[in-house]
Design a protein around this ligand. Structure first.
Ligand code: FES
Length: 67
């Protein structure tokens, strides 16, 4: 399922990124472009990143939702 329509980024890509060491929304935006278009996906992407990091036992560095 696509989380970010503007950049065609799926939930699986976000989960994979978290497993590969991405631990902030800022880093997620840099590596996948999530939230760099309209920004509507940022909350969902942030929630998914936080959820995935909790599942794999990694800390969340920062979740900045400001555009
Ligand atoms: S849906 Fe992600 S930036 Fe627009």
């Amino acid at each position: 399922m696509y989380v970010c329509i503007c950049r065609a980024v799926s939930d699986g890509q976000i989960r994979d990124a978290a497993c590969q060491g991405v631990c902030s929304l800022e880093d997620l935006s840099k590596c996948l472009g999530v939230g760099t278009g309209c920004g509507r996906c940022r909350q969902h992407a942030s929630d998914l990143l936080t959820e995935t990091l909790a599942e794999i036992g990694k800390p969340v560095i920062s979740i900045a939702l400001a555009a």
